[in-house]
Design a protein around this ligand. Structure first.
Ligand SMILES: [Zn+2]
Length: 851
């Protein structure tokens, strides 16, 4: 082989590598399609190469040969390295980011951006995002404005607001001296159940700098008069009261010139017509601050009321908010929305979130993800048992239910009116159909969990019991006695969820997990209690009937400390808020709520700071029943919240539009609750198949492209640097060593992943054996999707042009390419590259002066 050939072959091998690696990035995914630009950059690369190659004259041939050998090594290296990178990527997806250190060593006072000062002993304990939160509140305070801190649960809203108050109250040494201080007092309103917790928290955080003088405004009139006198005589920093007392005594409280007001769990003010909300709006103080983990509980209109309290007029009248934001956002979030609707929706969301960002600060748990173990939030759609299925269908066949299901359909008489406004308005017994709906939904919910719940509750009034008995006899018919008896066999055969639970319990027991089981119904807890007794699983129970205070805490302590106790049964009402039960790492939500936040709060009893083990959540939803609709509405609300507050490009799952007649889709309206609705599985799969087609097409193209580009860069650096052979050999050895170390780390990680995968498979098998046809993890459904992101920015720039929205970087919309199209494109690209390559080679060779 001649010298020149070898030289050419060397260049060609490099050529191939480089063109292959840069091709997908520059040609398909970005807009820089200008061939001149491309040739230019490639030319400068070649310029560098000729520089280093031309500097060699003597011994050039051997040099080239060695370089060929090195190229081989580089190829080999590239291959291994690509493998490692792939593994690493996989690993990164499956493991939490590295922990970072918190600087708590110094206790210098914390100076806020707008002049406030937080005492060092408190300020130094704040995490950086918490400092940001305090800054946010204080800057509003300086502007005499109100605002809402809407961080996720667990991010420390309380400590942020205490630090904020310490700045207002000028508690830091470096704040003004005592004599110059004006008397200041903050009104803090909280739910009655967490007042003690607030006192404890304030004590804990403020003690090092002398504490707040806190006065409780609560209880009988004597207590309240006493408290008032302390305010008047300026002997209090903070007046703490409950929502109920606040509502009753609003006038009295309004006579105090408050420095600021702080409302905890401020979503209590969501309804514009509630007395509490009206009272809060009548307060003269304009520095109004609210804390909540769920700014939006049910619908976007509620958000308006909260913000209109915090900063009156900021969103204009409610109609304006509806026309400008709510309606466009909802229409564009439908799965079958047109491109224009999507564009309008995404733009409205962006404008709204920008507007809101001035007075609402919301951060989610990803901020502390590095401090938390992993959580898998599994939603399991459990089949009804045969008996349940029979009873559920029988219920839907009842004449009253039929009237309710047909309520919105046109009346059969042909009048053109809805059935509910015509012949279907009254039942045979002369009851208004409309008034029966809530009761009907409740009955279906009971059946979806356990037919036993339909039986009259001995704690209810006799009248109610008689009514319930009549209904139960109608539905349960000949099974009434059996179900009332509740022996083990009946209990299990009557409840699909218990059958699933019975399969999962041994698995959890074997893993030495401790389990929390939440249910909204205390009677369901009764059934669960006897069910666990039958199986011989030790358990405790925590519900509203247990006295608030020491007795409740004893149960939590006993559960946490006694290793022999496996399960804690909790009523969602009493146990979902405030409790800290990190001893448990498995949480079962036995029945779904209407509100996503309730179920998430229940999970947070175990999944919170201090939890050391990975958490497994099981939400049991009865497939094909009203519970699916409940869960679907949870999804919708969760999405709406993140769209409005953070302009997130959530997946479009549903076709319904909340609050619009005729647009109920699969989601809203009574009839969707009362009939066997569209299953969540099919709803999710519509969106999934849409997104997966896109993802696959994209993955094919980008798969290892970026990885290859990086590796080639490394290789290039090595081969084109003017280093000695020893140096290069040394580098290669270095890399080999690193690779080996990486392999070790990775194989450990791979083992962990494999173990997890095994667990997943085991659980999947268990669920399958119980008849579960479908389950998903909540995080797979909720959250932004890459598809929506690209789709959104594409349609937004199409409809509005690129300049209208500066934040929206206009990217070229990615259009999925079919395999044939791709092959054709690749063919063309190869040809083009070959042409370009030979042209460049000629240019290069002529420049080198060798030929
Ligand atoms: Zn009619």
């Amino acid at each position: 082989i001649s010298f020149a050939d070898r030289y050419k072959s060397l260049l060609n091998t490099q050529e191939d590598g480089i063109t292959n690696s840069t091709q997908p990035d520059s040609n398909i995914l970005t807009e820089s399609n200008d061939p001149h630009e491309k040739v230019d950059t490639n030319m400068s690369q070649h310029q560098n190469r000729t520089d280093s190659l031309c500097s060699i004259d003597e011994g050039y041939e051997t040099e080239v040969m060695e370089q060929c050998a090195i190229q081989k090594q580089i190829d080999k290296y590239s291959q291994t390295r690509a493998g490692i990178k792939r593994k690493r990527k996989r690993h990164a997806r499956n493991s939490p980011p590295k922990k970072h250190c918190l600087n708590t060593s110094h206790a210098k006072d914390l100076e806020l951006n707008d002049g406030g000062v937080v005492p060092g002993c408190l300020g130094s304990k704040l995490r950086s995002y918490q400092v940001e939160g305090v800054n946010f509140l204080y800057s509003l305070y300086v502007k005499k404005q109100g605002g809402i801190l809407a961080d996720d649960m667990g991010l420390g809203k309380t400590v942020q607001s205490i630090a904020f108050m310490s700045a207002i109250l000028e508690k830091a040494n470096s704040a003004k001296s005592d004599k110059k201080k004006k008397h200041r007092c903050v009104l803090v309103v909280t739910p009655a159940s967490v007042m003690t917790q607030w006192i404890n928290e304030m004590e804990r955080w403020t003690k090092p700098f002398g504490g707040f003088k806190v006065v409780q405004y609560h209880g009988d009139s004597y207590n309240r008069i006493q408290a008032r006198s302390k305010i008047v005589s300026k002997h209090a920093d903070v007046l703490l009261t409950s929502y109920e007392t606040f509502r009753k005594d609003q006038k009295t409280l309004n006579s105090v010139p408050w420095t600021a007001m702080l409302f905890d769990e401020v979503h209590r003010l969501k309804s514009p017509t509630s007395q509490t909300s009206k009272a809060a709006k009548m307060m003269a103080c304009t520095r109004r601050y609210g804390l909540t983990g769920t700014v939006m509980q049910n619908k976007l209109e509620e958000l308006w009321n909260l913000l209109d309290w915090a900063s009156p007029g900021i969103l204009g009248p409610i109609e304006q908010m509806r026309n400008q934001f709510i309606s466009p956002i909802q229409w564009g979030q439908r799965i079958d929305a047109t491109d224009v609707q999507i564009a309008i929706s995404r733009r409205a969301a962006l404008l709204l979130s920008q507007k809101l960002s001035t007075i609402v600060l919301r951060r989610d748990k990803t901020l502390i993800a590095h401090l938390l173990p992993e959580k898998i939030d599994r939603v399991v759609f459990c089949p009804l048992s045969d008996i349940q299925n029979e009873l559920y269908n029988r219920c839907l066949e009842l004449p009253d239910f039929k009237l309710m299901i047909q309520y919105s359909d046109p009346c059969k008489c042909g009048s053109g009116f809805k059935s509910g406004q015509c012949h279907g308005a009254w039942t045979e017994k002369g009851v208004e159909v409309r008034t029966l709906m809530l009761g009907a939904v409740a009955s279906l919910q009971k059946l979806a969990n356990h037919p036993f719940l339909l039986l009259p509750n001995p704690n209810h009034s006799e009248e109610k019991q008689a009514k319930d008995k009549a209904f139960a006899e109608m539905v349960l018919a000949d099974r009434y006695e059996d179900i009332a008896k509740q022996n083990m066999k009946e209990r299990l055969s009557c409840c699909g969820k218990l059958q699933i639970l019975a399969r999962l319990l041994p698995e959890w027991k074997q893993n030495e997990s401790k389990v929390l089981i939440f249910s909204k119904s205390t009677r369901m807890l009764d059934v669960l209690g006897t069910f666990l007794d039958d199986l011989g699983h030790s358990h405790l129970r925590y519900d509203g009937s247990i006295q608030v205070g020491a007795k409740r805490q004893r149960i939590i302590d006993q559960f946490s400390n006694d290793p022999s106790i496996f399960i804690l049964l909790l009523s969602t009402g009493a146990g979902a808020l405030g409790l800290n039960i990190t001893a448990a790492n498995t949480v079962v939500i036995f029945d779904p709520s209407w509100n996503a936040s309730v179920d998430l709060q229940a999970q947070d009893r175990a999944f919170r700071l201090g939890q050391k083990k990975d958490c497994r959540i099981y939400r049991l939803v009865s497939a094909g029943t009203v519970e699916e609709a409940q869960y679907q509405r949870q999804l919708y609300k969760q999405q709406m919240q993140s769209i409005t507050l953070e302009a997130k490009k959530e997946k479009r799952l549903f076709s319904g539009v909340q609050g619009v007649k005729g647009q109920e889709g699969e989601l809203f309206g009574m009839s969707n609750l009362l009939k066997q609705g569209q299953s969540t599985a099919s709803i999710i799969s519509r969106t999934q198949s849409l997104e997966e087609t896109w993802k696959k097409a994209k993955e094919n193209i980008t798969a290892t492209a970026s990885t290859n580009a990086e590796i080639q860069d490394e290789a290039k650096q090595l081969i084109f640097s003017k280093h000695s052979d020893e140096y290069i050999q040394g580098q290669m050895a270095e890399i080999d060593k690193k690779l080996n170390e990486d392999e070790k780390v990775l194989s450990a990680a791979e083992k962990a992943i494999a173990a997890k995968k095994k667990e997943e498979e085991r659980i999947a098998k268990l669920l399958e054996s119980g008849g579960v046809k479908y389950s998903h993890t909540n995080s797979d459904v909720i959250g932004e999707s890459e598809f929506e992101k690209e789709k959104s920015s594409g349609v937004v720039s199409d409809v509005y042009g690129e300049a209208t929205i500066s934040q929206e970087k206009s990217k070229k919309t990615y259009v999925p390419v079919s395999k044939e199209q791709k092959e054709k494109k690749d063919e063309e690209k190869k040809k083009q590259n070959a042409l370009q390559g030979s042209a460049r080679l000629q240019l290069l060779l002529s420049q080198s002066g060798l030929f």
